[in-house]
Design a protein around this ligand. Structure first.
Ligand code: HEM
Ligand code: SF4
Length: 580
């Protein structure tokens, strides 16, 4: 097989420049295929409003083209000023909403091509960037969002920032195109050395995260490279390094499947950066460059084995390593509500429905967060569950903070079910070009019905992890949830179960096709089983693991269902049925 087309595009791009600048200056309504591939490295995807497609086609009109812009915030950290600036971008240049991403960044949707430079320029002037937010490089580096002032939490955030800085492409394409060459040396337009990435950058995206047990909020087993902090409440001793996680699987491509990251070794804090570089280089050198669907680190490790991979990494680093240590997590959830952060100040975790910050009919998130930023002025962290933790709050400001939330219809987190606090849905329609079924737009209504069942069965306090996506790519990480629904066609989902609220177990297939309307009844069936069969104090994840044989692991073949087969069987039945 020959090198994939994207490898040629990268090679010929003059370090990711391509013809983006020319396209921006021209009056074409959208970018070419080659430009799109390069734009990803700059933090933007081209999309169109899928709600308008059919009507526009009927009228003989072009698609309603628009751009998604993704901003990186290492560890999810943003100041009040940065938040206000992002809020203004959404209002003036986007679709009036901000999407908190499940990698602790912020996305803007509905940005017109002519406004792209303005959006990216403003983000950079705020001190954040979109450079490397997408594309075949190290993406936004994640870190446990809880703003506790412990050495472990602080060290992880510091390292996330350092890694983000160090792993940015060195090419000056980005400031040249978007920032009018601000802060650039005189040799603008020249190619520079890319010591990590070389001419072809990485074979595929690369994701890094830091977790501080017992909280696994950044879903460490889904990262290409995960660092689990060992500190025992005192100074950081080091990190158990996990490698080769990744959840993407491509519709119809049977060789793609989700994998949980595996332990590689333990490193001391001063050797973290060296380990990052060695692991990234091993993937750069061995990742598949012929078939992008086989290019993630997980497939290198699946093919050659973890011992082979360890020796490749050790050949690229001098620092000493030790055997991995035992890792134990309790939850993937966030610390919502009010907490002390360890220095006399407080933090407050606010639930944001699906991470969509907008002024809706009931909850006015944008107005509330603007008021908090202006009046309280505290920094915030976007969590990997797409919620927000506001921190460094003086106890004397707590009442004022609560009043702002209440005035804007935002429910306090302690009134929510545990399942609601931790559930998640990907973006999907109308912006994501890959969505096969609705996700974000229907999930709230589905969770309202599930919440009613949870309350009826007195399971409000049970951390049951429910996730939904609009296609098998798995952006909201459905493949390690207790119960998950993966879109396959309008109104139809594959139903998986058997992951865990600690994020450390993969799901199995329960039913190939369920309809959107059936989901609450299916979840009820599972919850009733749990209520009947659980041992005292047992979580849903543990109950399921103890009592159920796991279904087939997630696999793209589960998405090949002929229409005839569906038609013959009629709509799938409710309940917690076995594979249909
Ligand atoms: C390899 C297959 C994948 C493809 C082709 C893909 C593609 C996309 C696209 C097109 C979007 C933009 C949607 C929009 O905002 O309209 C998106 C969003 C996103 N994806 Fe993926 N994705 C893949 C897998 C994953 C996986 C496995 C994860 C995480 C485990 C992930 C994390 C994200 C995040 C954080 C966002 C931002 C919005 C959000 O938080 O939902 N993606 N992805
Ligand atoms: S899971 Fe699929 S539908 Fe959802 S955002 Fe990712 S690519 Fe789009």
């Amino acid at each position: 097989m020959s090198r994939s087309k994207v490898e040629d595009i990268k090679e010929q791009s003059r370090q990711l420049r391509g013809t983006i600048a020319e396209a921006l200056a021209g009056d074409a309504t959208h970018f070419s295929e080659e430009e799109l591939q390069l734009l990803k490295f700059h933090g933007s995807y081209q999309q169109d409003d899928r709600d308008l497609r059919a009507e526009r086609k009927k009228l003989g009109q072009d698609k309603a083209w628009m751009m998604m812009v993704r901003c990186k915030a290492p560890g999810g950290d943003m100041s009040a000023e940065q938040w206000l600036l992002h809020d203004r971008i959404a209002e003036e240049l986007g679709n009036g909403t901000l999407r908190l991403t499940s990698r602790q960044g912020v996305q803007f949707h509905g940005v017109l091509k002519g406004r792209l430079r303005d959006v990216i320029g403003r983000i950079n002037r705020s001190g954040l960037t979109t450079w490397g937010a997408c594309g075949d490089v190290v993406r936004n580096t994640m870190a446990c969002a809880t703003p506790l002032k412990t050495p472990a939490h602080q060290a992880c955030h510091l390292m996330a920032r350092e890694i983000s800085r160090e792993m940015l492409p060195k090419s000056t394409a980005y400031p040249e195109i978007w920032l009018d060459g601000e802060r650039l040396p005189l040799d603008v337009g020249k190619e520079v050395e890319e010591p990590i990435y070389g001419k072809h950058y990485l074979p595929r995206k690369f994701k890094i995260g830091f977790a501080v047990p017992p909280r696994n909020d950044c879903d460490i087993y889904t990262q290409d490279l995960g660092f689990v902090c060992h500190a025992e409440g005192g100074p950081v001793e080091g990190f158990t390094v996990l490698v080769g996680g990744g959840f993407g699987m491509s519709h119809g491509v049977v060789q793609t499947y989700p994998v949980l990251a595996k332990p590689l070794f333990f490193v001391r804090p001063e050797h973290v950066m060296e380990a990052v570089k060695a692991i990234v280089l091993a993937q750069r050198d061995h990742g598949n460059r012929e078939d992008r669907k086989q290019a993630r680190l997980k497939y290198v490790i699946e093919k050659h084995g973890i011992d082979w991979f360890r020796s490749e990494v050790l050949a690229r680093m001098k620092a000493p390593t030790e055997p991995p240590r035992e890792v134990r997590f309790e939850t993937v959830g966030d610390a919502l509500g009010w907490h002390e952060q360890g220095d006399g100040k407080l933090f407050c975790g606010v639930h944001v429905e699906h991470g969509r910050v907008k002024d809706g009919d009931k909850a006015k998130y944008r107005t509330a967060f603007r008021s908090i930023a202006r009046r309280i002025g505290c920094p915030l962290r976007v969590t990997p569950n797409s919620r927000i933790l506001f921190y460094d709050i003086e106890p004397s400001r707590r009442a004022e903070f609560d009043a702002i939330l209440e005035e804007n219809g935002i429910r306090p987190a302690d009134g929510l079910t545990e399942a609601r606090k931790i559930c998640h849905a990907c973006v999907s329609l109308p912006t994501c070009g890959l969505g096969l079924a609705e996700s974000e737009r229907v999930f709230g209504g589905i969770m309202d019905k599930i919440d009613a069942v949870l309350r009826e069965l007195k399971l409000e306090k049970e951390p049951i992890l429910i996730r939904m996506t609009g296609c098998p790519n798995g952006c909201s990480r459905p493949y390690n949830a207790d119960l998950s629904f993966v879109g396959r066609a309008p109104g139809k989902y594959a139903f998986y179960a058997g992951g865990s609220h600690r994020g450390d177990r993969l799901v199995g297939l329960e039913k190939k096709v369920v309809t959107e309307e059936e989901i609450p009844a299916i979840v009820r069936g599972c919850l009733e089983e749990f209520v009947k069969g659980r041992k005292a104090g047992e979580s849903f994840s543990d109950f399921w693991g103890r009592t159920r044989a796991s279904g087939a692991p997630p696999h793209p073949e589960q998405f090949h269902v002929e229409f005839a087969e569906r038609a013959a069987k009629g709509p799938a039945k409710g309940g917690c049925g076995a594979e249909g």
